[in-house]
Design a protein around this ligand. Structure first.
Ligand code: SF4
Length: 384
C-alpha cells in the first residue's frame, strides 16, 4: 500500500502525537508507518514510559533519534558545551533546532518521497513544523483540512482556478455540486480570502475537496502525486482535545503521567484553599516555556529534576528572565506563585460563567491561562 512512499510520524512524548499513532494504526492499518522520536536526553521519565507503552500497543519499535552520539554527554549537554553554557530561551532556541529538527532532517535525508503525519488537532490554529524539502509532504489527519498550507496556497491560487474548476466538474458527484462549483469559480480577492474559500469548500464537501487536491497533486512533485490512491482522502474526522484523551485511555496506552492534575494547598486571606497543578507539555524537564506554576510543580513533584535544572544556572545564565530557580524555590516565593495561580484560575472560571464576553476580554491580559490552554504555546516540534 505504501506505493514507494515512506510514511513517518514523530512521537514527541506529548499526547497528540501519541494519539495520532494509535488513530492511524487503527483507522488506516493499510499504511505502514515508521515512528521516530528525537531524544534530547532530558525528557521526563513519563515520556519514556509513553514510548514504551506505544511500542507495545503498535507492535513496532519507535526509532530513537539522537542529535549526536557522544559517549560522555547526552545530546543536550553536548550542545550546551558547544554553546559555551549559554542556556536556550524562547528567543535563542538552539535546542529545538539542534536536538529536534536537525535529527529529523537527517532521518529523512535523501530524495525518497516521504509523507510526514502531524498531530495538530481540529481545535487548534497552528501549523507545526514543515520540512522545506520538496520530497517531504506533511499531512494533518486530525483536522478537517488535512493538507499543509503550501499545498492549499497552490490549489487555491487564482492562476489555477480554471484547472481546479475542471477537476471539480469531472470528479464531484455531490448533490450540492452546483453550489460547490460556484464557490470554486469565485476568485480570491481582498474581500474573499483564501481561508474563507477553503472553509466554504471543506464545509460543502470535504471528500470532494480532497479528491480535487489529490488530482491536482498529480501535476506536481509532491509525494502523494505519485500514488494511485490514498485512503485519507475519504477522511472526514475532526478530532479535538477530548477525543485525544479518549483515544489514549481507551487504547490502554494511557495519558502521559505529567498531565495528571495534582492538588496543592494555598492560604487565601486566611483560608486554606485547594488548587490544582500539573505540567502542560512534553519536552525537556527544564524547558523554558514552562509557567512559574509548572516550575513549582517540578520542584514539589520531581525535586531531583528541579535541582538538576537549578545546577544549569551558572554565570548569569538562567532558565527564566528576572528570576533564578533558587529564588523561585524559596518558601515565600512558592506560596506567592501558588496564590497568584489559584487566584487567576478562579478569576478565569468566574469570567467564563459571566454572560458578558466583555468581562472575559477585559481581563484576558492578566490571566495565567489554565494549563489546558498553555499547551498550544511554544514549540510544535517538542510538544505536539
Ligand atoms: S522541550 Fe524546550 S528545552 Fe527541550 S528542546 Fe524543546 S524547546 Fe528546547
Amino acid at each position: 500500500m505504501n506505493q514507494g512512499i515512506k510514511h513517518v510520524l514523530g512521537i514527541s512524548g506529548g499526547k497528540d502525537s501519541a494519539a495520532l499513532a494509535i488513530y492511524l494504526n487503527n483507522t488506516y492499518p493499510v499504511l505502514d508507518i515508521e515512528y521516530y522520536s528525537c531524544d534530547t536526553g532530558k525528557e521526563l521519565q513519563e515520556t519514556y514510559d509513553l514510548i514504551d507503552n506505544l511500542e507495545v500497543y503498535l507492535g513496532k519499535k519507535i526509532k530513537i533519534l539522537k542529535a549526536v552520539s557522544d559517549e560522555n554527554h547526552d545530546p543536550f549537554d553536548h550542545f550546551l558545551d558547544v554553546y559555551g553554557g549559554f542556556l536556550p530561551s524562547n528567543t535563542a532556541r538552539w535546542c529545538t533546532k539542534k536536538l529536534k529538527l536537525m535529527p529529523f532532517e537527517k532521518y529523512i535525508a535523501g530524495e525518497d518521497p516521504i509523507v510526514s503525519y502531524v498531530g495538530i488537532r481540529g481545535d487548534e490554529d497552528r501549523e507545526g513544523y514543515i520540512s522545506k524539502k520538496s520530497n517531504v509532504q506533511s499531512i494533518f489527519p486530525f483536522r478537517k483540512n488535512i493538507w499543509s498550507e503550501d499545498v492549499i496556497s497552490k490549489v487555491l491560487k487564482n492562476d489555477n482556478l480554471e484547472f481546479i474548476v475542471r477537476l471539480y466538474q469531472e470528479s464531484c458527484f455531490h448533490t450540492n455540486k452546483d453550489r460547490i462549483l460556484e464557490i470554486a469559480k469565485t476568485p480570491l480577492s481582498n474581500s474573499y480570502n483564501r481561508k474563507t474559500k477553503l472553509d466554504y469548500l471543506l464545509d460543502s464537501s470535504t471528500e470532494a475537496f480532497n479528491k480535487v487536491v489529490f488530482q491536482f497533486l498529480k501535476t506536481t512533485n509532491y509525494p502523494l502525486g505519485k500514488v494511485d490512491n490514498y485512503p485519507l482522502i475519504q477522511n472526514e474526522d475532526v478530532l479535538v482535545r477530548s477525543d485525544i484523551f479518549s483515544i489514549l485511555k481507551d487504547s490502554g496506552v494511557g495519558v502521559p503521567g505529567y498531565y495528571e492534575k495534582r492538588e496543592y494547598r494555598v492560604d487565601i486571606d486566611g483560608e486554606e484553599k485547594i488548587g490544582f497543578y500539573s505540567r502542560s507539555r512534553s519536552g525537556c524537564f527544564f524547558c523554558f516555556f514552562q509557567q512559574k506554576i509548572e516550575w513549582v510543580w517540578l520542584y514539589e513533584n520531581h525535586n531531583e529534576l528541579f535541582n538538576k535544572a537549578l545546577d544549569y544556572e551558572k554565570e548569569g545564565y538562567t532558565w527564566q528572565q528576572g528570576e533564578t530557580l533558587k529564588e523561585l524555590s524559596q518558601p515565600k516565593r512558592v506560596k506567592a506563585i501558588k496564590k497568584e495561580h489559584y487566584t487567576r484560575i478562579q478569576r478565569t472560571k468566574n469570567n467564563f460563567k459571566s454572560p458578558n464576553l466583555v468581562d472575559i476580554l477585559t481581563d484576558s491580559d492578566e490571566w495565567e491561562i489554565d494549563w489546558e490552554e498553555e499547551e498550544g504555546k511554544g514549540c510544535a516540534a517538542c510538544f505536539i
